[in-house]
Design a binder for this molecule. Structure first.
Ligand SMILES: [Zn+2]
Length: 172
């Protein structure tokens, strides 16, 4: 109550979360909490990051700081995503997604943070582009003879139920 208000320039949250690429050359931090966190199911991101989908933590650039590795960062303009993607030029880890329509905002892979970012990834975008081989949390069972390997049940071929007749007569 008696503490004087901090000047605007010193405004910085008390908690930071640090992230780094696989080889550790690139390190960065954000102020906690991040603004939001979301799952990106777009085909452009799937290809660029070679994963079924990517979970991003989004924050204002003024709450983000690159701590090390500027020289190692490789940038690529992705015309499909209308965004700049960054990667570590040494180990290849995807780093940042900066969408052109949000120039003051930066998205960072949730997987690169070892500590909490203050936001649960509860939002899904571009679900219409989701790969049909993405595991969506359905039940798994052990694969007989292969300890540690779990398998999914076969997927239903179609979302629409078969017509009544097809239960008794094979369709062409
Ligand atoms: Zn690296």
């Amino acid at each position: 109550m008696t503490k004087p208000a901090k000047p605007e320039s010193e405004k910085r949250s008390a908690v930071q979360s640090e992230g780094r690429c696989a080889c550790g050359v690139v390190r960065f931090e954000i102020d906690v909490p991040a603004t939001w966190a979301w799952h990106d199911h777009s085909s452009a991101t799937r290809r660029a990051n070679t994963a079924a989908y990517m979970t991003w933590v989004g924050t204002w650039k003024r709450r983000f700081r690159l701590l090390d590795g500027e020289a190692a960062i490789v940038r690529w303009e992705d015309p499909e995503a209308k965004a700049t993607r960054s990667f570590c030029g040494r180990c290849g880890t995807p780093l940042f997604l900066e969408r052109h329509r949000s120039p003051k905002f930066i998205n960072l892979p949730r997987a690169l943070f070892a500590t909490r970012t203050g936001r649960e990834p509860r939002y899904h975008m571009y679900l219409d582009q989701q790969a049909d081989w993405t595991w969506t949390g359905g039940p798994l069972s052990p694969l007989k003879g292969y300890p540690g390997v779990m398998q999914e049940r076969p997927r239903k071929k179609r979302a629409t139920p078969p017509s009544k007749d097809s239960l008794f007569e094979p369709e062409d």
